[in-house]
Design a protein around this ligand. Sequence first.
Ligand code: APR
Ligand code: PHB
Length: 390
Amino acid sequence: MRTQVCIVGGGPAGMLLSHVLARANIDSVVLERQSKSHVLERIRAGVLEHGSVELLREHGLAERMDRDGLVKDGTLIVWHEKDDFFIDTARWTGKRMMAWGQTAITEDLYAARERDGGQIVCEADDVALHDVTGNPYVTYTKDGANHRVDCDFIAGCDGFHGPSRQAIPADVRREFERTYPFGWIGIMVERPPLQKLVYAYHPDGVAIASQRNPRLSRYYVQAPMSDKPEDWSDERFWEALLNRLPDKLANQVETGPSIEKSMAPLRSFVAEPMRWGKLFLAGDASHIVPPTGAKGLNLAFSDVFYLSRALIHHYVEASDHYLDCYSEMALRRVWAAEKISWWLTRLLHVFPNADPFDEKLRQNDYDQLLRSEPAQHALAYEYVGLPFEK
Ligand code: APR
Ligand code: PHB
């Protein structure tokens, strides 16, 4: 098989890239290790930056989102024994966000590629990248048979555990990492959500109220890394959540049986560079953010914006300018998202063994948000997502 761009990984990054390239008549093949139903069952974050919303609209992927997604002017932070604070993105940036889940976006992406005759190979085993600085090709097995895809470029969109990042030689690749000593227990529940997205700081740990659509709510509570979803009965979860929310919000929460429960670890990770020869990384293959701020999916989409523009310029305008600056440009935005995710994580969580000096600084950051308009503006600007670079 021969294609222009071989895309490893059919998560949101790989599927959006394939879709955007197809609209510019650039041919791609997506190789996905899992079955389609497995990919579509994964429940992930659900808050879209303004830029992600616009990108989906521009590429004809917004019909369901614009019908069922919930437009948000910002996010509320409530704090045990302090005043509330609203990250007012509408006021400070003129931009709004959208509560709309990755699961639904991925469903729409698969439907669009199938409608348009896209080549998606699911259950592709043993995917391996070859000659990435020369004449690249990718091999895989399916149903016991060996296959080879020759291509001009490889897009590594295969998430944190995929093989693409490892194809960058160890002496070239630099990795930066921070882990946190806690995770988030999350549940999905078929009940109407709170009106606002809420982060609640409480001495027992943070609680988060989020949403997917007018009938579906998503909630999280901070828990020790060693906890498993089985340790958290629905009863225990609701008790912790309601205790961590102030009464005025707790009274509005509609509890019910969870339809999904999971544990998400918190980690910050960046691998540089994002390009090696003809290989380009996008999304979780190159970086992970902790869920605080919900930047993961948005970063995957901004990488796809930069990478699709670069490939379109290569094929349509015969210019490699954007390919050559892809890694540098994408990484500037990646680090901005890493910074805001780390900052919000530090602000809102209870750190076991916190140093009292750090603790004072953390509390002071919140006091600044309550009082300083420049601090409010800066947070709203970063939270809503940096504009894509020209
Ligand atoms: N061969 C082929 N495909 C692979 C391989 C492999 N060896 N390893 C992983 N994959 C696939 C995974 O099965 C998955 O479907 O690559 C895909 C990567 O998808 P995601 O992990 O969703 O990553 P990405 O598309 O970059 O999207 C990032 O998704 O994980 C969330 O929080 C993250 O919201 C962020 C967004
Ligand atoms: C979610 O809706 O799943 C969500 C919301 C806010 C976050 C993380 C995840 O910070």
